[in-house]
Design a protein around this ligand. Sequence first.
Ligand code: FE
Length: 221
Amino acid sequence: MSLTLPPLPYALDALEPHVSRRTLATHHGRHHAAYVEKTRALVQRTAMEGASLEEIVLSSAPGSTLFNVAAQAWNHAFLWHSMCPGGGGPANGAIASLIEESFGGHTAFCQQFVTVAGDQFGSGWAWLVLDDSRLRIVATPNAETPLIGSLVPLLTIDVWEHAYYLDYQHRRLDYIATFLAHLANWDFANRNLGCAAGESPRNVRSERTMTMNISNGTKQA
Ligand code: FE
């Protein structure tokens, strides 16, 4: 399977005014594209040529150049689906009940999400994850991703400056608040939750890979 840049699941201006066309064009068409291209170049003529992006992330050494570019390609594919036009606000579906159980309600969830994402020093990501049967919010630096651990990623926000600087400059907290109020894709989070529900850790892994193959627009060979 050849690694390709997955298309955005919406038009470049679909997230305006919260994320501008200019930001999305650069973020997807330059940053994400470069991670895909570098990953493809690094696996060319190696045993990993033909592997899926998930397999490359899972089999490369964390912190290595290959891991960093492949994980960034995976994280960005997950990111586009974590946002949608008309998103944000209180969650719906099964995840709404879990937010109530895990955080005590939407307001408390938002406060914790803003704190974790805002406090990530330097570049990185904040994730809503399923940890066994409860939800947690975790941050990962640089390219690190919950894909390689036992946590199941449900939703993410990119807090690298390239994700928000054109639109928000230094105001990362405004960008995070906007994500929660107007962009978070609860249907995507519910689909990821549904894939993980009731599965053993081993099956969660395979379901998670399947989820990503849907969400990043690639197809298994
Ligand atoms: Fe990014």
